[in-house]
Design a protein around this ligand. Sequence first.
Ligand SMILES: NC(=O)C1=CN([C@@H]2O[C@H](COP(=O)(O)OP(=O)(O)OC[C@H]3O[C@@H](n4cnc5c(N)ncnc54)[C@H](OP(=O)(O)O)[C@@H]3O)[C@@H](O)[C@H]2O)C=CC1
Ligand SMILES: O=C(O)CCC(=O)C(=O)O
Length: 419
Amino acid sequence: MQNELDTPAFRLAVAQFDEAAKRMNLDRNLHQRLKLPQRSLMVSIPVRMDDGRVEVFTGYRVHHDMSRGPCKGGIRYHLGVTLGEVAALAMWMTWKCALAGLPYGGAKGGVKVNPKSLSRDELQRMTRRYTAEIFPLIGPDRDVPAPDVGTDSQVMAWIMDTYSQQVGYASPGVVTGKPLSIGGSLGREDATGRGVVDVTLAAMKHLELDPSQATVAIQGFGNVGSHTARIMQEAGLKVVAVSDVNGGLYNPKGLDIPDILKRYREEGTPLGKIRSGDWITNEDLLQLPCTVLVPAALSEQITGKNADKLRCRILAEGANGPTTMEADAILAEKGIFVIPDILANSGGVIVSYFEWVQDAQRFGWKSKDIQERLHDIITAAFARTLAFATEHRTSMRMAALMGGIEKVAQAHLHRGLYP
Ligand SMILES: NC(=O)C1=CN([C@@H]2O[C@H](COP(=O)(O)OP(=O)(O)OC[C@H]3O[C@@H](n4cnc5c(N)ncnc54)[C@H](OP(=O)(O)O)[C@@H]3O)[C@@H](O)[C@H]2O)C=CC1
Ligand SMILES: O=C(O)CCC(=O)C(=O)O
């Protein structure tokens, strides 16, 4: 399995883990165990296409560790999906859930496909077959998927329906990020973006920066990027740049986010045709002068090659794994305050947890309660991480990783698994 795992994302996740394990003197056997997934499933997904052909896609579901509870983590539909990438994302989920104090282990899944190249019917057939193939791994008490890159609430609804057909009753708790009509939660759709804004404001308070004077550049305008942009603007920050895979819009005076969202999302106008700013590349976007930079797309965007060119004060990682370790060292020298992914983007899984609890209770919570509880959990995790980083003179990334790993180590210890 190790050869198949050997990808840039997995190497990054393991390098971060190794560094944290060394600093905390983690038990050697536990270190060896947590370097690899607990279990990985690779599946073939034959799909009847609209033109009658059968195409076979490859999918994965990986459980990294379930010592603290059922596994939790999104499903990604993207052409770049590999076993190694999914395993890295699953490992990050373990630390993320533990850092936030959620009773979950880490998982992730994915299918190597460009979902935009499929019709809606093909996407549904592929999702149902993928669900049938990973059926032995998932379940409300076993492993609970959620949306990630290229998937959304509709995909979660098809997964819930396919799983429910198999077990013979409606099982809303098998996935989160579902539509409200089948047990979804208020506030899950924009939870990751809301969490990014909550921790950014906490960081600005710590750094004594005034939000009303702050500018924000955001790479990626999907679920995480678009909601982050909207909520940043609602919080009084000026969003100067947003982008999708093709490039971005930049206006130093500030973009009109509600108008861009309306035209991009509702009317389907490409970002490049919305003339409210200059057209820039994604690489240019990362290098803009701004108070807050939010990578909210894919991993390894900030590397040893471009880290020196960043001109932000705060890097709030909406994406998973956007920064390499080489880049981390450069950012530290430049004095850029990094809010690491497993903390900055944990709002999504925190509200997924609320959804799962509501499904179990068969009782829906109010939007206000969800936002307040999210705020309380994520800002408390931020405060703990900052206090640890300050006391132990580590980076915020190492402090967050060590905070998560310590809780996982405790669970293994108490269950009698290690040392
Ligand atoms: N959804 C969630 O709740 C959570 C997501 N995350 C992480 O946040 C990140 C984004 O996820 P999410 O918003 O859900 O995904 P989406 O699929 O909704 O959006 C992804 C966005 O990134 C853009 N993009 C894709 N490739 C590139 C590229 N090479 N350069 C720049 N932009 C690119 C896409 O553009 P286009 O549409 O044009 O392809 C799109 O705007 C991922 O790293 C994910 O793991 C983390 C926590 C929770
Ligand atoms: O909401 C969830 O369960 C997981 C979201 C996710 O995939 C992530 O945080 O990376």
